[in-house]
Write a protein that binds this ligand. Sequence first.
Ligand SMILES: [Zn+2]
Ligand SMILES: [Zn+2]
Length: 366
Amino acid sequence: MSKVLVALIPEPHAPVELREVAEPELELNSALMDVELSEVCGTDVYLQQGRLAGVPYPLVPGHVSVGRLGKIRGTLSDVEGTPFAEGDRVTFLDVHKTCHACWHCLVAKATTRCPSRKVYGITYGLADGLSGGWAEKIYLKPDTRVVRLGDADSETFMAGGCALPTALHAVERAEVEIGDTVLVLGSGPVGLSAVIFALMRGALRVLCIGAPAARLETARIVGAAATLDIETSDEGEREGWVLAQTNGRGADVTIEATGAPVAVAQAMRYTRDAGRVCVVGQYTDHGAVSFNPHLDLNKKHLDVRGCWGSDFSHFYRGAQLMADATRARPWSLMRLERYGLARANDALADVASGRVIKALIDPTLQ
Ligand SMILES: [Zn+2]
Ligand SMILES: [Zn+2]
């Protein structure tokens, strides 16, 4: 039986380790994907710090990845019903087992809150099989939603990576309209993709507040009209800056993509009367924050929405855009850093410090 090299988090707070595991026997209608690229995102940093509930360690992280179908047993088809062949370049939705039969799926129509759903690289651990992208191969279990990469460039697709469906969902949920001034809080991968999608949806101007300087420069490269560095401004200056950029009114729509609870209250303050706030940056529990219900919410007639995860439609549409070189161009301008499996700890540290725009795991690198 051949062996597969993986990089795994053995338990919370422990460094990533390399391990060789046996290649699995394929169930009917499943496949083995040879990983070309995976990624390190903010969630992986929190996984290493043990900040997410319900994570089965040891865990092979890497929830969005691209590669080639190495082996297929039975039939695996795309959403159009066309079967995949061995050798096809693909990616797959990291969410598995959404049941489409429970109250959340059928009545609330909130499939991202389906209690049956499992996520590759987050709630599937090593005990569930080769289910993370920091590995030479991933086991695509039966009913995994596989998507053809078509003409999409692998590196450009992964510049979006897991942030792509998340940001697409957030911008859709924020109902950005033609001519809006949109404020994006946060300049990590989700914030950067939100800048691009807000413009695609017709925003007139997109403002971005974040850090560090290199990420803000990237925000401007991908289309932000103006940026402000949180490391060199205080709260009063930030509010003044937003008002100065928006005729004293505040942004029409604010998308919070920071991970810091305080940014949610700030998003409410930086948004105009009767505007909208979409909170997408609180995937991990970082605690509580206070706000003034009279001044920050009710009197402003504000609409504040949460945005949890993403579903197949977001992932599929994101992948379609990436196969169109013109639409994918902003992502192709992002600077990426590649790390081999043995350097996963460096990649985590660089993502945690914000030193890199985006860290990719390339299992073919030493
Ligand atoms: Zn992620
Ligand atoms: Zn369900």
